[in-house]
Design a protein around this ligand. Structure first.
Ligand code: ADP
Ligand code: GLC
Length: 491
């Protein structure tokens, strides 16, 4: 049995801002099913405490403490243990660091001590493994928040010399290269790293220290969450300054692209308790009943044949919601209804609130994070719009397909690996793609979708094509397992 220590800053259903949580909520479970022993380490945020209570999950306080020294201060953590869907989760507790309103940010920007919060988390994760004598074969890190773990294992004496981790191999998954954990060079001293690491071969990045860069260099295998994004991040356009480093590790055969899936048990229109009506591939009636109900809840005309387009998104530059707002008149001129559910950057929230007041009856922006509403939108819409500037994988389009909602996406990253344009390929098409990030191309793709929508039989076929596809984790979990085995010389 391969022992895997998963270090991640989000996990469904305990703490979530985006798709990372979805992945950590299901991939470990699937890996356990195929013969791994995965333990997850997660910070005990206030949100985690609240969700544990809401879900009535059992929590045990473990009689162990971990200590991490940061800036000559001893940071202490206690450990709680819970089980989610059969997977063991260790929660690293330190109220001063994690008992806060949100995971990463205040309304005015990131918490200033995120270097300490996530440095402590990454090193605390290694300490938890030791304290509980869980000797990992694989340490699987996710995004910059976990990067201090591989950095310390390679470059910090205390860990580098520790026989406990001698045989551990490190896998690092990049879910989004736009977030890198960049700090002043003092971070080296803070975490007891030698100043000799402050050069371009190691942590230095345009005069500052870049944790994601360190994580990439010090891991045994780096992967990202789709094959296309794995190629894109090696280019200047998408690499956010790390394309050079990624080209190097790619030449060394250490960069992979492994497509995400979604949890087909959780995202199931037949069983989803949040829907007004359940439905299935064989009986789509409920889908259209969901649409009418959703429209009336949104204050739209519930009876007409007008198509309903949905957007569910973190409000960040990446997601292109600004393009939707800019193109709002042209979209609504196409005689469609549009609903946007989103939370994120205050400037986008404001933009949406401002325009929402000007349109009534065919456009609504719901600001907030609400999973039940999201589920009803996935189910009740005809089309799901994802105009991403870049998209490492994207899960929204996969959930939409499962709920019989046709994705209209910009052709980038994982969207290209999961959506085939129906206009170009009527056999295998499952959605509509626009290539260039501009209003004209996006409107063209919506128009193409609408012309198929008007032919009911053809549209129903398209719905069924999507619902039949398999974007569960069955394939990709095996790909991860094979990489683990390869690293451990077990293949
Ligand atoms: P990202 O991780 O970049 O935000 P993904 O498409 O991979 O994008 O995953 C987004 C996840 O977050 C999906 O599960 C989506 O349903 C969910 N989500 C995003 N915004 C909201 C919101 N405002 N309310 C509820 N769920 C949301
Ligand atoms: C990131 C990406 C998204 C991906 C998710 C899970 O948040 O933006 O594209 O699906 O991580 O890997």
């Amino acid at each position: 049995m391969i022992k895997v220590l998963f270090i991640a800053s989000e996990m469904e259903p305990l703490a979530k801002t985006g798709g990372l949580a979805d992945v950590i909520g299901v991939l470990p479970k699937k890996l356990n099913d195929i013969g791994c022993d995965v333990r997850i380490i997660l910070p005990y945020y206030r949100e985690v405490r609240d969700n544990l209570r809401r879900l009535k999950l059992k929590v045990r306080n473990l009689p162990r403490e971990v200590l991490v020294s940061i800036d000559w201060l001893a940071y202490k953590g206690t450990i709680k243990e819970t089980t989610v869907d059969g997977v063991t989760v260790y929660l690293l507790c330190n109220d001063e660091l994690y008992d806060r309103d949100s995971l990463y940010t205040t309304p005015n920007g990131d918490y200033r001590d995120n270097d300490v919060r996530f440095g402590f988390f990454s090193l605390g994760a290694l300490e938890i493994a030791k304290a509980l004598n869980f000797k990992p074969d694989i340490i699987h890190c996710n995004d910059w928040q976990s990067a201090m773990a591989p950095i310390a294992l390679k470059w910090k004496k205390h860990y580098n010399n520790d026989p406990f981790f001698y045989d551990s191999k490190i896998v690092f998954t990049i879910h989004n290269i736009a977030y890198q954990g960049i700090y002043g060079r003092e971070i080296l001293d803070k975490f007891g790293l030698s100043q000799s690491l402050f050069n371009t071969e190691h942590l230095e990045f345009y005069g500052r220290a870049n944790l994601l860069k360190g994580g990439i260099i010090t891991s045994d295998l780096v992967n990202t969450v789709s094959p296309t994004y794995a190629k894109e991040i090696r280019t200047r356009e998408y690499g956010y300054g790390l394309d050079g480093v990624l080209r190097v590790i790619s030449n060394e055969g250490k960069l992979a692209g492994i497509l995400n899936g979604i949890d087909y048990d959780d995202w199931d229109p037949e069983k989803d308790k949040d829907l007004y009506f359940n439905f299935s591939f064989d009986n789509l009636r409920g889908k259209f009943q969901n649409k009418s109900k959703l429209k009336s809840v949104l204050g739209f005309d519930a009876n007409g044949q007008k198509p309903l387009i949905g957007v569910i998104s973190r409000l960040a530059l990446q997601k292109g919601v600004d393009l939707v707002v800019r193109s709002l008149n042209s979209i609504l001129d196409l005689d469609v209804d549009l609903v946007i559910l989103g939370r994120g950057d205050k400037r986008y929230e404001k933009l949406l609130k401002d325009v929402s007041a000007d349109y009534r009856g065919n456009f609504k922006a719901v600001i907030g994070y609400d999973e039940s509403k999201a589920r009803r939108i996935y189910a009740g819409c005809d089309m799901f719009l994802m105009p991403s500037r870049f998209e490492p994988c994207g899960l929204g389009q996969l959930i939409s397909l499962r709920y019989g909602t046709i994705p209209i996406v910009r052709g980038t990253g994982g969207l290209l690996d999961t959506i085939t344009d129906y206009t170009e390929n009527r056999e295998s098409g499952n959605g509509f793609i626009f290539r260039r990030f501009n209003e004209e191309d996006m409107i063209d793709s919506i128009e193409r979708a609408l012309s198929v929508y008007r032919n009911r039989e053809e549209w129903l076929n398209l719905i069924r094509t999507g619902m039949q596809m398999d974007f569960s984790w069955n394939k990709s979990s095996k790909v991860y397992l094979n990489h683990y085995k390869m690293l451990l010389g077990k293949n």
